[in-house]
Design a protein around this ligand. Structure first.
Ligand SMILES: N[C@@H](CCC[C@H](N)C(=O)O)C(=O)O
Length: 309
């Protein structure tokens, strides 16, 4: 670990969070930083590094060979969110991270984005539109979808999730938000608070690329003033339990909405997580799919330079 941080001495960073999902942010406008998994893990280490659920690098989309096509097709997608989990692994998308990323770009004066304006951001899950709100940011994460494992029959409920200490697995709905999620419904808040997420839940069949796992308790009654509500805890792939997961909140709302069936279609949700609350809205596309819009706060808590004094 020490060796990996030595190699980053002099690097400027910012630290921030979005509903307690915290990240180290690095601006790399010239694409000069070779950020390897061990660098990310060392930065994210909560005892020997800066600490964070992940590390996010801001780099021009044109410099990321595999995704440069995004800015060729959508010239406004100048910035690319290079997102890494705390263990150094790469994830396709981070809903809290992309809101914080835009806040970081604004605070670093890399973009000018008045309230009400929208910015396009390149990412491994495609170009995302992030709108600056009075009190935070809203990101359109695009359509959600069911993940059908090869073993699944006619629905995506064939995977079983067993949290640490549970005797048996329970059915989970597998959902993609660009990144993978398995959502398990619990009956009561007490069950949710009793969960031991210090150990990764077992998922059967084991997803090839791993998965984030959300445990949700739908509010009772589900809808108040036309808005649905769920409470959620999450174990994130490549991280562990976090205080919040934006794509996870979207997957949780999508799952509860799906389970409610076509008689009660709720388009606006609040998702309560240990780190606060986010909004999730479903908006119909012409092709019948639903775009999922995640909204919530994002704040920077400090800036610094890595030293080995
Ligand atoms: N916390 C993020 C999700 C980050 C990526 C995830 N751990 C994965 O590996 O897919 C969010 O806010 O969406």
């Amino acid at each position: 670990m020490a060796h990996a941080l030595d190699q980053l001495t002099g690097l400027s960073y910012a630290k921030g969070h979005a509903t307690g999902n915290d990240f180290v942010l690095i601006s790399d406008p010239q694409d000069q930083l070779v950020l390897q998994a061990e660098h990310v893990a060392a930065l994210a280490d909560r005892h020997f590094g800066l600490g964070g659920d992940g590390v996010i690098r801001a780099v021009p989309t044109a410099a990321v060979e595999e995704y440069a096509y995004q800015v060729e097709a959508q010239p406004d997608a100048y910035w690319f969110m290079d997102y890494r989990n705390a263990d150094g692994s790469i994830a396709e998308m981070c809903g809290n991270g992309v809101r914080l990323f835009v806040h970081f770009l604004i605070q670093e004066q890399l973009v000018d984005l008045p309230v009400g304006s929208t910015l396009q951001i390149g990412s491994r899950a495609g170009v995302k539109q992030v709108t600056r709100l009075e009190d935070g940011y809203a990101v359109n994460l695009g359509p959600w979808g069911l993940i059908h494992s090869e073993q699944a029959n006619d629905n995506a409920l064939d995977s079983l999730v067993r949290a640490h200490g549970w005797e048996q697995g329970r059915p989970a709905l597998s959902i993609t938000m660009g990144n993978p999620h398995a959502v398990v419904a619990l009956a009561e808040m007490q069950e949710l608070s009793a969960l031991d997420l210090s150990v990764a839940p077992a998922v059967d069949p084991v997803p090839e690329h791993g998965t984030n796992v959300e445990f949700v308790v739908p509010a009772e009654p589900l809808v108040s003033e036309g808005i649905g509500a769920v409470t959620m805890r999450v174990h994130e792939r490549g991280v562990g339990e976090t205080l919040s997961c934006g794509t996870g909140a979207c997957a949780a709302a999508a799952a509860v909405r799906y389970w409610a069936g076509s008689t009660t279609v709720i388009d606006d949700w609040v998702v309560n997580i240990p780190g606060g609350q986010v909004g999730v809205a479903f908006r119909k596309n012409e092709d019948g799919t639903d775009d999922v819009i995640l909204s919530g706060p994002a704040v920077l808590v400090g800036r610094g330079v890595l030293t080995r004094d």
